[in-house]
Design a protein around this ligand. Structure first.
Ligand SMILES: [Zn+2]
Length: 316
């Protein structure tokens, strides 16, 4: 996961003049791990080895990149419909890069926006990389990561440095996040309580997304939202928000039923994640088959909305 870089979100003008779809999202949209589906002796042997991003990024080649770009669901949609895929060229993403790619590039040639929710905890405290408050102004840390780092240090009896303490002090003072001490520390209970502790920050950031991004895009374009793979985000913030719920894309399951909840949808497949199809690779991204069903789901919705002709061929 990397932070937003202005430069990597500037696409070539000629790409943006052609009819296209802009995809906002994270490594699920980028197609992490699809390289493992290449039928070459090298990639077949890689399927049983640990291949999360830390291991995988050094092994990618121009051929495997091409394979990934063609077989991820934006690529499948492009090959079926001719609508160019505008996808962040860098793997991963937080809320900022997922929304920036749309905000920077949306134009009159954009046929639709497809936006996949990442984890709500990948957001900045105040949803903006331009915030100059005491918490955000120096390194734009993500509050959940700051707090988790703080808890880990307590659990491991490591010192809390002045920078980390200043961020915790801010969260205690302005966000009602409890300071913790070893004497009342139970890491298992704390992880369960993170959901309660971070509720207000998460809710505020989702509301910010709706007010400042989604409603703006909807004024001029059709927007298809895809539920988050993160179950906490999905259950407590996506499906709890009626406005977002209304714009969620129904996903076609392997059982031919339609789902708006990602976790229910992925369970209909023979393999829920890549790590189940290729035991040992430990990569938790969607399978090649799931990318095909995601593509089919977007195409079905675009036909229904008359963005695509009804005779557009199916993916599956
Ligand atoms: Zn701030």
């Amino acid at each position: 996961m990397t932070d937003t870089s202005f430069n990597r979100l500037q696409f070539k003008k000629e790409d943006l003049i052609e009819p296209h779809i802009i995809y906002g999202g994270d490594s699920f949209i980028w197609g992490e791990g699809l390289d493992l589906y290449m039928d070459t002796p090298y990639w077949i042997s890689e399927r049983s080895k640990r291949n999360e991003w830390d291991q995988l990024f050094e092994k990618t080649t121009p051929e495997s990149n091409k394979f990934r770009e063609t077989n991820r669901f934006p690529g499948l949609i492009e090959s079926k419909t001719g609508l160019k895929q505008i996808v962040d060229p860098t793997n991963g993403g937080d809320y900022q890069s997922s929304t920036d790619i749309v905000n920077f590039n949306l134009n009159e040639s954009t046929n639709a926006v497809v936006y996949l929710f990442t984890s709500v905890d990948r957001n900045f405290l105040h949803s903006s990389m331009h915030c100059e408050c005491e918490f955000c102004s120096d390194m734009k840390p993500k509050p959940f990561n700051v707090y988790f780092n703080y808890l880990s240090k307590i659990a491991n009896n490591e010192p809390i440095d002045a920078w980390l303490q200043s961020k915790i002090d801010y969260l205690v003072k302005y966000e009602n996040i409890p300071e913790f001490h070893l004497r009342d520390f139970d890491i298992h209970k704390m992880i369960q309580h993170m959901d309660t502790i971070f509720h207000n920050i998460r809710k505020r950031n989702i509301d910010y997304f709706v007010a400042n991004h989604l409603k703006k895009w909807l004024k001029t374009h059709k927007v298809y939202l895809i539920d988050s793979w993160c179950q906490w985000t999905s259950r407590n913030y996506i499906h709890a928000n009626p406005f977002i719920e209304k714009h969620l894309l129904p996903l076609k399951g392997y059982d031919n039923n339609w789902y708006k909840m990602y976790s229910e949808w992925e369970r209909t497949f023979p393999h829920e994640r890549m790590s189940h199809e290729f035991p040992g690779c430990q990569n938790g991204h969607p399978t090649l088959l799931q990318h095909q069903y995601l593509a089919e789901s977007v195409i079905t919705a675009m036909k229904k909305d008359s963005i695509l002709f009804n005779n557009t061929k199916s993916i599956i």
